[in-house]
Design a protein around this ligand. Structure first.
Ligand SMILES: [Zn+2]
Length: 85
């Protein structure tokens, strides 16, 4: 089983981070990813066809807008208080 939100959020995070002048090290990105994933519902599917169908369903427009807002919030939160050394 896979939580398809992990892959989707990772993609959005990488894309949205291009617009931010903040730290983009692996530690910060992991923190952002964790924060965003905690704020989102998990969506488990079995691998293969289920993942493809689940992604198409999840990535419709209204979901994506909401997802971006949550990812941006996570970016802002981590860049204010980064955990890296
Ligand atoms: Zn960092």
């Amino acid at each position: 089983m896979v939580n398809i939100m992990v892959g989707i959020v990772k993609e959005r995070l990488d894309h949205l981070l291009d617009n931010f002048d903040c730290c983009k090290c692996e530690i910060c990105k992991d923190d952002m990813l964790a924060l965003a994933l905690n704020a989102l519902p998990t969506k488990y599917v079995t691998s293969g066809k289920g993942e493809l169908l689940g992604r198409t369903d999840t990535m419709n427009q209204s979901h994506m807008t909401n997802l971006d807002i949550i990812v941006i919030k996570a970016i802002n939160q981590v860049s204010r208080q980064p955990n890296h050394q």
